[in-house]
Write a protein that binds this ligand. Structure first.
Ligand code: SAM
Length: 365
C-alpha cells in the first residue's frame, strides 16, 4: 500500500470496524488500512452518548487497547501500551525540566519509533538514554525544518514510524514543528499528537490567576522599540497575557511591561518550572524589577510571565476627569480633546484616549 494512499488525520471517514486489524506492510511493520484514522487508541470523542454495547461496537477498532472505559460521551482506554503505527508522524511532548514528566504514551512512541526527529539530538539523547530508548535520532531544527520535511515524508512513505520532539515541552509551541506537520498532512500522512508538558500550561495551572481567557503571546521581539509596540497592541486586551522569556531579557521585558501596561497590574513570574529552583512569584508589575534585583539567582533560568487581564473599568483618577473630557469632546475632534486633557491632567495619554473613546461611544448611543 502506497503511503500517500492513506488519508490524513480528520479525513472524515468513519472509523470502520470492518478490516480493523493492521496489516503487515513491506517492512513487516503494522500499517493502518487506508481511510482509517490513526489508531492512537486513547481518547475518542463520540458525537452522542451510547450504551456500553453500542459503544463497544463503535470503538472495536481500539482492539489493541481493549477494555475501553466509557463515561458519558468520552471513551478512554485503560492505558495498555499504545500501538505505534507505520507511516505516521507522532508529535511528542517531552519534559520541560524534570525527566519524570514524561507520559507513558510518549515512552511507548519513542521506544517504538524508527526515527526520532529532534531539535537538538544531544538534548534528546539525555532523555532517550535515561529511558533506555535506542531509536535513531535525526536533527530537525528551525533552520532545516522545511528541507527535513521531504526526508520525513520519504521515511513515512517507506513505512517508518517517526516521532518529532523538541528540546523541551510541546513541539510547535514557540518551537519547530508546525511546518513539518503541515508538510506531512499535505502529503497525506497521519499526524498524531502525544500531549504532555508545556511551560505555558504548567505556569497557567499554578498561577492562581482566575482568568477565563488568556492569550499566549510567545516571545516578545528582541529590540526595545518593537517590544514596546507589541506590548502596546496588547495593552487593553481583557484577557491574561502569557509570555515566554529568556534570562538575558527578563529584566528589560518586565520593565517594558510595567511601562506600557501600568505598574499596578499583577504579574506571575514562573521560573525554572519543574526544576530544582522552581519559583512562582506574584507581584505588581511595578515591583517586579526590585524583586528581580534582590537576588541575582532570580534572573537565571527560563521564564514564563503571566500578566493579569486589563481592568475593565477605568481607574478612578481617569474617571474623575470625565467632565473636562466630555466638555472638550463636545467642542473639539477627539485627538485634540485628548491632547488638551493630557496637558491639563498629566494622566497617561493612552488612558485618556481610551476614556475619551468610551465617552464618545456612550454619547453617540
Ligand atoms: N515548546 C516549549 C513548550 O511547550 O513550553 C517551549 C519552547 S521555547 C523555545 C523555550 C521557552 O519556554 C523558554 O525560554 C521559557 O520561556 C519557556 N520554558 C521552557 N521550559 C521552562 C521551564 N522549565 N520553566 C519556565 N519556562 C520554561
Amino acid at each position: 500500500m502506497a503511503g500517500a494512499g492513506r488519508s490524513g488525520v480528520g479525513a472524515g471517514e468513519a472509523a470502520g470496524v470492518e478490516g480493523a486489524e493492521d496489516v503487515a506492510g513491506p517492512t513487516g511493520i503494522a500499517v493502518a488500512p487506508p481511510g482509517r484514522p490513526p489508531d492512537n487508541g486513547v481518547v475518542v470523542q463520540a458525537t452522542t452518548a451510547s450504551s456500553n454495547a453500542i459503544g463497544a461496537a463503535r470503538y472495536a477498532h481500539l482492539q489493541p487497547n481493549a477494555f475501553a472505559i466509557e463515561k458519558g460521551n468520552i471513551v478512554m482506554t485503560r492505558g495498555e501500551s499504545s500501538p505505534v503505527l507505520a507511516r505516521t508522524l507522532y508529535v511528542v511532548a517531552t519534559p520541560i525540566g524534570n525527566l519524570r514528566d514524561i507520559t507513558l504514551r510518549a515512552l511507548d512512541v519513542l521506544e517504538q519509533a524508527d526515527i526520532i526527529a529532534a531539535e537538538d539530538t544531544r538534548v534528546t539523547a539525555t532523555l532517550t538514554s535515561h529511558y533506555g530508548i535506542t531509536a535513531r535520532l535525526a536533527s530537525l531544527h528551525a533552520h532545516n525544518e522545511r528541507q527535513r520535511a521531504d526526508e520525513v515524508i520519504a521515511w513515512l512513505a517507506a513505512g517508518k514510524r517517526v516521532a518529532l520532539v523538541t528540546d523541551a515541552g510541546t513541539p510547535a509551541i514557540s518551537d519547530p514543528g508546525a511546518a513539518l506537520v503541515r508538510a506531512v498532512v499535505d502529503a497525506g500522512y497521519a499526524v498524531v499528537p502525544i500531549p504532555g508538558p508545556s511551560a505555558v500550561i504548567a505556569a497557567m495551572s499554578a498561577s492562581g490567576l482566575a482568568a477565563p481567557q488568556w492569550l499566549y503571546c510567545g516571545f516578545l521581539p528582541a529590540t526595545a522599540s518593537a517590544r514596546a509596540r507589541q506590548i502596546e497592541r496588547l495593552r487593553t486586551f481583557g484577557c491574561a497575557l502569557v509570555f515566554y522569556e529568556a534570562p538575558h531579557r527578563i529584566a528589560a521585558t518586565l520593565d517594558a511591561l510595567a511601562a506600557s501596561l501600568g505598574a499596578e497590574r499583577q504579574v506571575v513570574i514562573a521560573r525554572e518550572l519543574t526544576k530544582r529552583f522552581e519559583t512562582i512569584h506574584r507581584c505588581a508589575l511595578g515591583d517586579a524589577a526590585e524583586w528581580l534585583a534582590a537576588d541575582t539567582n532570580r534572573k537565571r533560568g527560563e521564564f514564563v510571565l503571566i500578566v493579569e487581564p486589563a481592568a475593565q473599568t477605568p481607574p478612578a483618577e481617569t474617571k474623575s476627569h470625565d467632565a473636562l473630557l466630555a466638555a472638550l469632546l463636545a467642542e473639539l475632534p477627539l485627538a485634540q480633546a485628548v491632547r488638551i486633557a493630557v496637558a491639563v491632567t498629566a494622566l497617561p495619554k493612552n488612558r485618556v484616549y481610551e476614556r475619551a473613546l468610551a465617552l464618545k461611544k456612550a454619547s453617540a448611543r
